[in-house]
Design a protein around this ligand. Sequence first.
Ligand SMILES: Nc1ncnc2c1ncn2[C@@H]1O[C@H](COP(=O)(O)OP(=O)(O)OP(=O)(O)O)[C@@H](O)[C@H]1O
Ligand SMILES: [Mg+2]
Length: 362
Amino acid sequence: MEFEPFLAYEASAGSGKTFNLVVRYLSLLFMGENPSSIVALTFTNKAANEMLERILLTLEELPTRSELSHIARLSGIDEATILQERPKILARFLRSDIQISTIDKFFGRILRKFALNAGLMPTFKTVQNHHESALLERFLNEVEVSRSSEALVHLSLLSDKRLSDLFTLLSTLYSKYKELNLEAYEGTEAPEESMVYAFELAGELSRLVLSKPLSERAQKTMQIESFEDLLGKTWLMKPSLEYWDFKKIYEPRMDELLREIQTAVASQMRRREVLYFKELLSILKLYIKSRHSMALQSNELSFDDITLNVHTLLREKLESEFLYFRLDSRLKHLLLDEFQDTSVIQFDILRPLIEEIRSGIG
Ligand SMILES: Nc1ncnc2c1ncn2[C@@H]1O[C@H](COP(=O)(O)OP(=O)(O)OP(=O)(O)O)[C@@H](O)[C@H]1O
Ligand SMILES: [Mg+2]
């Protein structure tokens, strides 16, 4: 029979995703598959434990379980034979190297196996978090050594963040690094500076409007102190100045100016954005560097460290074919529960494995 080797269940809560996974897992066992060749991954420890418990419980209580008929249908084996085989399958399952774990732990195993390729010690410990203060110290040292203190200060001014907030931001960006694709900004040119130009145009518009008889509140909103002040004006975002108190004194030249101002402001904002992200990226790279050297020195890795290292290992350092072959040539089936919680980077790591298993079936 046709048996898709990879399947992710995406359905609403309580709709039977885990039920289906258990059915699938047990069907594979009854079809003669070795438990060590089936990897079942979940997102949380709780879900992994639940998965294991449900498989065990279902095997133990199989004669009265509703899973039985589903297993029979999926495996093509009749219920009587399944029940007859059950004690043998259960014993084998309990003796086996069971591969039910969280995605994080699975990646930890991959990294341990290829630690030396990643420039790490295979004996590394997994920790929840690094010591914040030690990491901060190392990061600041890295910033100083690379003469980036000015960039760091500038960045904290631009983002209006204190150093500790910026540090938290860097840590978040680190865990989402591959997903955010900040590197895209590296090759992007920032538009020319147009702040002064925008401000001058705004001055011209202001003089034109204020030369007309105008209500007091409208006069007030046409007084522009600075570029930042200009950004706060409601009329800046309007498609036309022919509205509100301006309606009576409106002339087409006003909208011409408005459009020019809008273009100049947009360009300046784009410039800020590009410069900001470029600077952020350069600081983030220093942060990543300090995380790496921290991990090396303490021989401790957080789950984010592990995921990013596995991703780099796969994408840059090793032929993925080689990796997955060495990882486990027995591995034939990959079952994912809680698929909706899988991050882009996690899926990116799993994808070659999924394809590998698919092509192996051929
Ligand atoms: N096809 C089915 N036949 C009989 N019982 C089922 C079936 N599908 C699900 N159930 C039962 O419904 C309940 C919820 O199913 P399950 O835990 O598999 O849902 P889930 O989609 O994994 O939920 P969650 O989103 O909370 O993880 C369980 O008690 C399960 O035994
Ligand atoms: Mg579930």
